[in-house]
Ligand binder design. Structure first.
Ligand code: API
Length: 274
C-alpha cells in the first residue's frame, strides 16, 4: 500500500506531511528517520503526521518529528504549512491546530501568508526544561544565552556579545549540554535594529536548518526580555524572514510568514526499516 505525502516548506525549513486522519501508515520513529534521510529517503528537516483532533474546538491533531525520529512539541514553520493545507485542501481560512504544546489558532490572509498563534512562552526553568534552578534569562553557559520554551526547548545566544560562535561547531555541543535534559534548539541571533534581527538555528534532532519558526519566536521573546528589540520584530533567517509579535495584552506570540508546497508523491512504508 502506497502512502501519499505532501512535501512542503516554510522558508526552506522542509517537511514531509502524511495525513493519518483516516488510516494509519505504520510510521515508527525508525521509519520516520529513514524517510527523512536526504540520500536514502525523501528527505526533510521535520516529518509531520496529521491525526484526528481529540480536543474540543480543534480541527486536526498535529505531531512533529525531527529528522532523527525524535518528537517535538512544537514546530512553527510546519504549523503554517498545515494551516495552508487545511486552507487549500478543505477551504478553512481559519483553523485550530491541536499540538502537544496546546491549541494553536491559525489563519491564512488574502495574500496567502499564514499566521499562527504560538501560545504563551514558558519562562520557568522547569518548563524549558533545564536541569537545575537557574535564571532562564542568563543561563550559566559561556556566551550568556537565554532560554525559553515555545512548547519545545530553545536557547538563544546574542552574537553582538560573542561573534566567535559558529552554529555548526557550537550547535551540536550545546544541543547536548547537561543543562538541557531534553536537549535544546540553539539560536544564534544578531540584533540589527530595535525591530529586526538575523537568526540561525541549530535544531535539536535535525541540525542547521534554513529557518526555524519556534526558534524565531523564542529569539524575539528572549530579545524583548533583554530589552534589545520591540515586541514586534522581523526575524531574518537564511531561508527568509518571519514577522513575530509578542502580544502585550495576553502574552501570546504570533508568527506570520509563507508556507509552500513543493510537490506531492507517495512512498511504500514497507520499503523502509521500521
Ligand atoms: N523547525 C521547527 C522547529 C522544530 C523543533 C525541533 N527541532 C525540536 O524542538 O526538537 C520550527 O519551525 O519551529
Amino acid at each position: 500500500m502506497m502512502t501519499p505525502f505532501s512535501k512542503m516548506h516554510g522558508l526552506g525549513n522542509d517537511f514531509v506531511v502524511v495525513d493519518e486522519r483516516v488510516e494509519r501508515h505504520g510510521l515508527t520513529p525508525a521509519r520516520i528517520a529513514a524517510l527523512a534521510d536526504r540520500h536514502r529517503g525523501i528527505g526533510c528537516d521535520q516529518f509531520v503526521v496529521l491525526r484526528p483532533a481529540c480536543r474540543e474546538g480543534a480541527d486536526v491533531f498535529v505531531r512533529f518529528f525531527n529528522a532523527d525520529g525524535s518528537e517535538s512539541g512544537a514546530c512553527g514553520n510546519a504549523s503554517r504549512c498545515v494551516a495552508d493545507l487545511l486552507w487549500r485542501g478543505e477551504g478553512r481560512r481559519q483553523s485550530v491546530l491541536q499540538t502537544r504544546a496546546g491549541l494553536l489558532p491559525a489563519s491564512v490572509d488574502e495574500a496567502g501568508l499564514v499566521s499562527v498563534d504560538m501560545g504563551v512562552p514558558a519562562l520557568d526553568w522547569r518548563d524549558v526544561p533545564l536541569a537545575e534552578p537557574v535564571d532562564t534569562l542568563h543561563l550559566p553557559l559561556p556566551g550568556d544565552p537565554a532560554a525559553v520554551s515555545m512548547g519545545n526547548p530553545h536557547a538563544t545566544f546574542f552574537l553582538a556579545d560573542r561573534l566567535d560562535l559558529d552554529p555548526v561547531v557550537a550547535g551540536p555541543l550545546l544541543e547536548h549540554d547537561a543543562l538541557f535534559p531534553e536537549r535544546a534548539n540553539i539560536g544564534f541571533a544578531q540584533i540589527l535594529s530595535g525591530a529586526a534581527m538575523r537568526l540561525r538555528v541549530w535544531e535539536r534532532g535535525s541540525g542547521l536548518t534554513l529557518a526555524c519558526g519556534s526558534g524565531a519566536c523564542a529569539a524575539v521573546v528572549n530579545a524583548v526580555r533583554r530589552g534589545l528589540v520591540a515586541r514586534t520584530c522581523r526575524v531574518e533567517m537564511d531561508g527568509g524572514a518571519l514577522s513575530i509579535t509578542w502580544r502585550e495584552e495576553d502574552g501570546h506570540v504570533l508568527m506570520t510568514g509563507p508556507a509552500t508546497t513543493s510537490f506531492v508523491g507517495s512512498f511504500d512504508p514497507e520499503a523502509y526499516p521500521s
